[in-house]
Design a protein around this ligand. Sequence first.
Ligand code: HEC
Length: 134
Amino acid sequence: MGKDIRAGFGARVAGLCLAAVAASASPSAAAAADPVSFKNHLFAIIHNRCLVCHQPGGDGFEKSGLDLRTYESLMKGTRHGPVVVPGDAFVSNLNVLVEGRAAKGIRMPHNQPPLSAHEIDVFRRWVNEGARNN
Ligand code: HEC
């Protein structure tokens, strides 16, 4: 199950990459090469899809301790520790959960439609680029 999802996602990403190579002179290809910004890209997704539960009073915060209101609170992680390993989205729990690589029941956002392939890619690139406060 998890394997199928990864394969499907990989295929979509590969498709996007090919499109980017084919159109390497276009502005969108240039944008794809720019580093992901926490403030301008990642936090917009967190704000729309995660924050309702991951702040004090929200279900996600109450159950896990993960507060997603700031860079610092994201990096602090849950009450069990960090969910981000800078530079390594493959092992980062944050990515495991938004990609649905863990048990279906704890895909994030919890009990809601998954993030789009683009949003998942923003999470992945931000972590792989060092999870900076940029
Ligand atoms: C509808 C509420 C809800 C939304 C929206 C939501 N979460 Fe959660 N989140 C939860 C709950 C509940 C838990 C605790 C799950 C558990 O431990 O059973 C949790 C736990 C987590 C954990 C920690 C899991 C662990 O213990 O290691 C991470 C990481 C996480 N969420 C990330 C996100 C991200 C990123 C988003 C947005 C893309 C998001 N969540 C959106 C409810 C939500």
